[in-house]
Design a binder for this molecule. Structure first.
Ligand SMILES: NC(=O)c1ccc[n+]([C@@H]2O[C@H](COP(=O)([O-])OP(=O)(O)OC[C@H]3O[C@@H](n4cnc5c(N)ncnc54)[C@H](O)[C@@H]3O)[C@@H](O)[C@H]2O)c1
Length: 337
């Protein structure tokens, strides 16, 4: 699943791939490693050749997951940490991935999770600010549109916020859009990558299908149905799991995929570009200072935020619907800290 270049980077170090400042020693922590996402995510990260060390933390179960994953025959070392060992888990960590918190049940929106997850994410961010202030933080916990501003404000309060190092993981929307478009056009998913912008909840998820291969061939009711499926694909999983949670396996895949992209950028690889929800100037004049768009990842994290490019009239309408909702979600997060 990982780009061949990542494997090549380890197997055949090439000066072209590495900048002199790039560290090739990537310790990655998963906070919430005992959960539905955390377990398969830890397994996938164990298979990433760019990860040299894995720190697995949860308020329950992480040492067991670490003992299990640690037997996989790849080079990285794995350590598990119990509830009272968060500071140790974060020692020397370069990348922190956060899937801690409760998932949705049928009928819930992501915003319904705010009351529980906001404080979990704030407290974990405060611990990162203290023990690994230079780490890159990848937020999976929902509602991402609010939890990312919560992390930003928590780091700001601790005087360690660097917007180049904070990411909301929206890769699952990209993965779904790509898969669903391929299903409609009968193409291979690898030939139809889709850029998804905005945020990570229902109407704030804006797929730019017109910029994808074959995307313009989908029109009318078929287009409306495809957009709706991309925006509300998460509900399909929540409904099918019938009370047992939301997407975990596809999310673990998406989380590992985004982590690998970031590590490739940190490792000095050029041209690593993927959508992610970051502090962004694109719609800041409309009060939306966090926004997902294509971002180039480099040795310091966010290297370049790409504009969203040309939109069709339908996509423009989707974007206009997303902005006020995003603004509300972002403000709610900021006001919490
Ligand atoms: N970004 C996305 O696209 C996306 C997709 C799916 C789910 N999610 C979100 O990911 C989160 C996790 O989902 P899940 O299905 O893995 O849930 P889960 O309940 O299976 O696992 C969550 C884990 O977090 C742990 N946890 C709770 N509080 C913690 C704390 N303070 N420190 C460390 N760990 C803590 C729990 O013990 C549990 O093991 C949810 O908020 C869900 O909405 C995001």
């Amino acid at each position: 699943m990982f780009a061949r270049s990542a494997v090549r980077a380890v197997a055949q170090p090439s000066s072209r791939l590495f900048s002199s400042s790039a560290a090739r020693n990537f310790k990655v922590a998963v906070l919430g490693a005992g959960g539905g996402i955390g377990q398969p995510l830890s397994l996938l990260l164990k298979q990433d050749p760019l990860v040299t060390s894995l720190s697995l933390y949860d308020i329950r179960g992480a040492p067991g997951v670490a003992a299990d994953v640690g037997h996989v025959d790849t080079a990285s070392e794995v350590n598990g940490y119990a509830a009272d060992q968060l500071d140790q888990a974060l020692e020397g960590v370069k990348v922190v991935v956060i899937p801690a918190g409760v998932p949705r049940k049928p009928g819930m929106t992501r915003d319904d999770l705010f009351n529980t997850n906001a404080s979990i994410v704030r407290d974990l961010a405060a611990a990162v600010a203290k023990s690994a202030p230079e780490a890159h933080i990848l937020v999976i916990s929902n509602p991402v549109n609010s939890t990312v501003p919560i992390v930003a404000n928590t780091l700001e309060k601790a005087d360690v916020f660097d917007p180049r190092r904070l990411f909301g993981v929206t890769t699952l929307d990209v993965v779904r859009a790509t898969r669903f478009l391929a299903g409609v056009t009968d193409a291979k998913p690898s030939d139809t990558p889709v850029t998804v912008v905005g945020g990570h909840s229902g109407p704030t998820i804006v797929p730019i299908l017109s910029q994808a291969n074959g995307g313009k061939s989908v029109t009318g009711e078929k287009l409306d149905a495809l957009v709706h499926r991309i925006q509300f694909g998460g509900d399909e999983v929540v409904k099918a799991k019938d009370g047992a949670g939301s997407a975990t396996l596809s999310m673990a895949y998406a989380g590992a995929k985004f982590t690998n992209s970031l590590l490739r950028g940190l490792n000095g690889e050029k041209g690593v570009i993927t959508p992610t929800f970051v502090k962004s100037p694109l719609y800041a004049d409309q009060g939306v200072d966090f926004f997902a768009s294509n971002v180039e990842l480099g040795v310091d994290g966010v290297e370049k935020i790409h504009p969203i490019g040309e939109l069709t009239a339908e996509e423009q309408k989707l974007l206009e619907a997303a902005i006020p909702e995003l603004k509300k979600n972002i403000e709610k997060g900021k006001n919490f800290v």
